[in-house]
Design a binder for this molecule. Structure first.
Ligand code: AMP
Ligand code: ZN
Length: 114
């Protein structure tokens, strides 16, 4: 059965996409923690970074390539941004379909562990 991000990424639940290519989509986080908070999600289901088989690891480059395009399209490539991937229980991952948080629109605080 498809998970929630599978459904959002493959059009089974309608949402406004801020970016789409053949492998990756991006949409706004429903609980933003920064003025810009975008989730970048592969269309293919992988539960987490740990669940991506080595032969499919290129999807991480595809995600990062999409992030660069999104930063340019939305005007924050110059000021910068933060990219976060929460992996697994101790990483604080809540949705078990790999996704990258892109935070922008203000200077970020130093990283903290909780
Ligand atoms: P993580 O803790 O890294 O798994 O992050 C999951 C993120 O997904 C959280 O920031 C949620 O606010 C966000 N989220 C969960 N469901 C949705 C949804 N249907 N649409 C947009 N964002 C969502
Ligand atoms: Zn999924």
């Amino acid at each position: 059965m498809d998970c929630i991000f599978c459904k959002l990424a493959n059009g089974k639940i309608e949402t406004e996409l801020v970016y789409e290519d053949d492998k990756v989509v991006a949409f706004n986080d429903m609980n933003p923690v920064a003025p810009i908070h975008i989730l970048v999600v592969p269309k293919e289901h992988y539960a987490s970074l740990e669940d991506i088989p080595e032969e499919d690891i290129g999807i991480i480059a595809d995600i990062h390539s999409a992030i660069k395009k999104i930063s340019r399209m939305n005007g924050f490539s110059k000021d910068g941004y933060r990219v976060i991937n929460n992996c697994g229980k101790d990483g604080g991952q809540e949705v078990d379909h790999i996704h990258y948080h892109v935070l922008a629109g203000k200077p970020m605080k130093k990283l903290i562990s909780e």
